[in-house]
Design a protein around this ligand. Structure first.
Ligand code: KG4
Ligand code: ZN
Length: 354
């Protein structure tokens, strides 16, 4: 039996978890920085770094306690190396290196995107992860910082098919909520407001989907763009005498959410078809969204299995870090202590779980 301590600090959640043999989550502690960033309407990287520094020791202590273990019974320390916000990543990375070096433990740097994909298999998905029939797997990783389509082949390589060319979907929802006067984080606020609204009331654009009859350039086939939807929302609200009316806000939130979700689903389906994927995984904070989960399930092609992470494994967490790292651990694939953080996804990544 191996116990891995996972640490995550890529954005605005400080998280630590103890995971046994890759799948059994013995503890998963998350300290959210929502209160720090709320006044700014989005994540401020330097503030995030400072908050991580304060939260790491209590969060790690709590994760060990809740797992009923101590550091001397841990077999390896794993941490998110990137992609993410560099100032935020560096705090967790250096903390984890210190823990590993100080306790003579192996150190494992984890790719955040691959960890998000792994999160969709934490809930009884061990068998599926190993099954060759699961691949190619297309993952939509969609959060406040990222919106990417990643194709994982049976040969264990992952490559990015497309990503956002401007805002991430979660960022668009967060900014949209701010324009609507709804609280941060915007995704859940918009979902809540949208529940009482008509998603077809207002027609927001669906950029880069070909929906407006415009041909898509080959380089944008699998890319996303959300800034146009946000600008359309701004014009829709500017000077509108109804903008304080609850029904107007609900209809606007529902229509705006539908436009964002529609873009995500259309692009994912296109990439799934063209990449010959047998599984679609949806992960990242926006994967909590009920409308996205519903529409994706409705549109998922016959013969393709849809796996959406449990909400607690959608948003940033360290269980996915401690879990995925076990696959490197058992192959004795460790990361050197001079490894650096990285902001973007490399073009091709090897996944450790195949
Ligand atoms: O993965 P995550 O916790 O952090 C990163 O950004 O990496 O994702 C946070 C994002 C935020 O933009 C938040 O608004 C969005 O996920 N989010 C949601 C929902 N819950 C969180 N978006 C739509 N609907 C939700 N229910
Ligand atoms: Zn994330």
């Amino acid at each position: 039996m191996s116990l891995i301590l996972g640490i995550e600090s890529s954005c605005d959640e400080t998280a630590a978890a103890v995971v046994e043999d890759g799948f059994e989550v013995r503890s998963s502690i998350i300290a959210s920085q929502i209160a720090t960033h709320a006044p700014h309407g989005g994540v401020v990287p330097e503030l995030a770094a400072r908050e991580h520094l304060k939260a790491l020791t209590p969060v790690v202590t709590c994760a060990l306690q809740e797992a009923g273990t101590t550091l001397d019974r841990i077999d390896a320390v794993a941490v998110t190396q990137g992609p993410g916000l560099i100032p935020a990543l560096l705090v967790g990375l250096n903390y984890a290196k210190g823990l590993a070096a100080g306790n003579g433990l192996p150190f494992i740097g984890v790719n955040h995107f691959m960890a998000h994909i792994y999160g969709a298999f934490l809930d009884g998905g061990a068998g599926k992860l190993r099954d060759p029939e699961t691949y190619p797997l297309l993952a939509l990783v969609v959060s406040g910082g990222h919106t990417s389509l990643v194709l994982v082949g049976a040969d264990g390589t992952a490559r990015q098919m497309g990503c956002t060319i401007d805002d991430a979907a979660g960022e668009a929802l967060d900014k949209g909520a701010k324009l609507l006067g709804l609280p941060y984080p915007g995704g859940p606020s918009i979902q809540k407001a949208a529940a009482a609204g008509d998603p077809e009331k207002y027609d927001f654009p669906r950029p880069l989907t070909g929906a407006a009859g415009k041909a898509l350039s080959p380089e944008n086939l699998y890319n996303f763009s959300f800034s146009g939807i946000k600008t359309a929302l701004l014009y829709h609200l500017n000077g509108n005498p109804l903008r304080e009316e609850p029904q107007f806000v609900a209809d606007t939130a529902a229509s705006f959410q539908r436009a964002v979700v529609d873009c995500l689903v259309r692009k994912t389906l296109r990439a799934c078809r063209d990449g010959g994927a047998k599984t679609i995984v949806v992960a990242g904070g926006v994967a909590c969204n009920a409308e996205l989960r519903r529409l994706m399930a409705e549109k998922c092609p016959r013969g393709v299995t849809l796996r959406i992470a449990q909400p607690r494994f959608c948003t940033d967490n360290a269980a996915m870090v401690g879990g995925i790292a076990w696959h490197s651990f058992r192959r004795k694939e460790f990361t050197p202590l001079n490894a650096d953080s990285f902001a973007r996804l490399p073009r091709i990544v090897r996944v450790p779980f195949i």
